[in-house]
Ligand binder design. Structure first.
Ligand code: NDP
Length: 293
């Protein structure tokens, strides 16, 4: 088994991004700028947003955070998005999910100017991705594709089984792995909670992408010897043995599955770090007007 090392790859790619960000500053007189909106105080969301902001600073981007408590109205939030859409100093805007129940995430996603939608969730970006046109690719799938590329993982003709069909991970991942490009050219099976005989479907995979949100869901008996394992899951559990007070687990039973896999991403230290790189790459591309002129 070999590790798909998110720490190593993300550090390397962030150095390249930092060099390009310096170029943007030199030519445009300003840094690439990412704005994040965070509503409420969900522990996971706090951590993700803090990490995104910290990484922006690391690569020489400007970052701004707008915080709201759970009582913010949908109107207030949409008005803020509108204001940021118009701000020429901003290249990328993300709204951390999940949002409180009284706010419609679809309305929020559609309100963001697709030219600043560096999370790649807007229907215009998803539609363009579907058609293989330049667009912002959702950050997690984008990060996974960079990881596969970095380790030159063979994908052509392979059977890729994606477990989970969310709009932000599973579904876009299935499209990217099936498209006529590298990484890609896979035969893809997209599975979910209604899939019959999931165990055997997953056991037939050359590449498994697990994006379910259930600790140790993919067990060794579901894995073909030599399979490539991409573990997207981030499951937080309270822990008395860690400084932060919690511990992270993937969707894959790493200890046992790693004995059968050819390549595997650890959690933490895998896909999560690459997601940040995806976000930074999209923000940089926006600042350089590479996608939407
Ligand atoms: P969602 O909850 O939106 O989707 C989960 C998917 O898993 C659904 O499609 C669901 O099926 C499917 N599922 C649930 N239970 C089963 C089951 N028993 N058998 C088969 N399929 C099942 O999750 P996300 O895609 O947003 O996230 C998935 C995981 O990835 C989470 O742990 C999340 O924290 C993590 N994540 C990690 C990121 C990173 O950067 N590493 C980024 C984003 C997410 P159905 O549609 O039928 O309900």
């Amino acid at each position: 088994m070999q590790l798909l090392d998110g720490k190593f790859v993300s550090e390397k790619l962030k150095q390249e991004i930092a060099a390009e960000a310096a170029g943007v500053l030199a030519t445009k007189g300003r840094k690439p700028h990412l704005v994040a909106i965070l509503v409420g105080n969900d522990g996971g969301s706090e951590t993700y947003v803090a990490s995104k902001m910290k990484n922006c600073e690391k690569v020489g981007f400007k970052s701004s955070l707008h915080r709201y408590d759970n009582s913010v109205t949908e109107e207030e939030l949409l008005a803020k998005i509108e204001e940021i859409n118009r701000d020429e100093d901003v290249d990328g805007l993300i709204v951390q999910l999940p949002l409180p129940k009284h706010i419609d995430p679809e309305k929020v996603t559609e309100k963001i100017d697709y030219k600043k939608d560096v999370d790649g969730f807007h229907p215009v970006n998803l539609g363009r991705m579907m058609r293989n046109l330049p667009c912002f690719i959702p950050a997690t799938p984008y990060g996974i594709m960079m990881m596969l590329e970095e380790y030159k993982i063979e994908t052509s003709g392979k059977h890729c089984v994606v477990v989970g069909r969310s709009n932000i991970v599973g579904s876009p991942m299935s499209i990217l792995m099936a498209r006529n490009a590298y990484p890609g050219n896979c035969t893809v099976t997209l599975t979910h909670s209604r899939t019959k005989d999931l165990k055997n479907v997953v056991a037939s995979a050359d590449i498994i992408v697990a994006a379910i949100g259930k600790k140790n869901f993919v067990t060794a008996d579901m894995v073909k010897p030599g399979a490539v394992i991409i573990d997207v899951g981030i499951n937080r559990e309270v822990s008395e043995t860690t400084k932060s007070g919690y511990k992270l687990y993937g969707d894959v039973d790493f200890d046992n599955v790693s004995e059968k896999a050819s390549w595997i991403t650890p959690v933490p230290g895998g896909v999560g770090l690459m997601t940040i790189v995806g976000l930074l790459k999209n923000t940089l591309a926006s600042a350089k007007k590479e996608i939407y002129g």
